[in-house]
Design a protein around this ligand. Sequence first.
Ligand SMILES: [Zn+2]
Length: 138
Amino acid sequence: MENIEGVFLQKDTIKIIANEAIKHLPKEACGLIGAQRLSDGNINLVVFPVLNKSKKNNRFLISDQDILLIQKRCKSLGYSLCGCYHSHPKGRDIPSTKDILCASKSNLKVWAIYSVRLNRLSIYNMGAVPIKIEYRIE
Ligand SMILES: [Zn+2]
């Protein structure tokens, strides 16, 4: 997705992420993000929770099968798959070195990270140096 400057989330979207994050403690929760560019140029992001396939509490892993499935669902709803979200149960809402490495191998570049401890969500355009994407709630 080119020029991601301003995006917005529905109020429910953050609630979904926060609820999933708490539900899956002590593990990380994760899911995929779809984007839809509206006629006014704004980008609306939606989330699709998926099961974290990692056995470790401080990692997340989304299966290729889930990616394909959600990609299809996104398409049928008029969204394009652009990223993923996951929670940091104890950490801050910033990408870890592992996250940056993982994003470099993926074509999903919009990453949302929710810190359970801080109850805070940040969205990044993931490059070697992740850039924070500002968002507003509607
Ligand atoms: Zn992480």
